[in-house]
Design a protein around this ligand. Sequence first.
Ligand SMILES: O=C(O)C(=O)C[C@]1(C(=O)O)C=C[C@@H](O)C=C1
Length: 311
Amino acid sequence: MTDRYAYLGPEATFTEAAALRFPALAGATLEPSPTVHAAIAAVRAGDVTGAVVPVENSVEGSVNATLDELIRGEPLAIAAEVLLPVTFTLLARPGTDLADVRRIVTHPVAEAQCRAWVMAKLPDAVIAMGPSTAAAAASVANRTPGSDGTVYDAAIAAPLAGERYGLDALAVDIGDDSDAVTRFVLVLPPGKPSRPTGSDKTTLVAFIRDDHPGALLEILEQFSARGVNLTRIESRPTGNGMGRYCFAIDVEGHVADARVGEAMMGLRRVCANVRFLGSYARADGVRPPVLPGTANGDFADAATWLEQLRG
Ligand SMILES: O=C(O)C(=O)C[C@]1(C(=O)O)C=C[C@@H](O)C=C1
């Protein structure tokens, strides 16, 4: 039986395009889920082997729906990442003129990336948010009314969604940043991380013990003292009351690297809780330099020295 993986659907989302790029998913069955929550719930329920979900965009930043799923609930693990360049198209039913477009529907992360274009070309248009760009395209094709009862004139989606849902492109490459990239992750149940490659990333969530001056600094110190570079840090509410935040952090390196492991041990001491979300190969293949004194051998040498001192 082939493995089944959920992805944020329906067909022709950027997430589906990303899922097709994960080597681990070659030959697997891809199953569309209506939301990020549903895709991840299917992993937790054991209905699918894993899920592909968007996590970060170069223009809009983190995809909070994904971060919050990873931060809360039953633990999960990120096993791999993919970077996908994203280009946006304005799609409409055949026969629609650009000048007639008043109501647009898309995904919030796509809206944030096309805002300047819409302001410049369709200043009177109103934009509604849908669960994905492909769901937006499907609703235009099917004339599905939105929550306010109106039928949308156009959707902002991937060029592929036009072909899939029989829509015409009224404008192409409407993204404000032509180099925009979205990062997607493969989420699995927790398990042993894959072997370090030398070009790795580790994702974790640090929950501060109590709100006090310097709590964030204490977290950051664990990494800086061991020469570990952060590639992303995001504060998110824990969901346990007003003002309670945790930090979702990506760092360069693998949990098997001594400097990353030592920093995580430091976090374990200063935080109320640390959720390890996986070590996996970086999609950009970058091999960051290891600072002097932070290589595996340096940590081993220091440990041997201390043992000798202790007799
Ligand atoms: O709506 C889609 O097509 C998605 O795959 C989601 C998503 C996202 O969440 O960032 C993916 C890529 C684009 O940046 C816009 C939307």
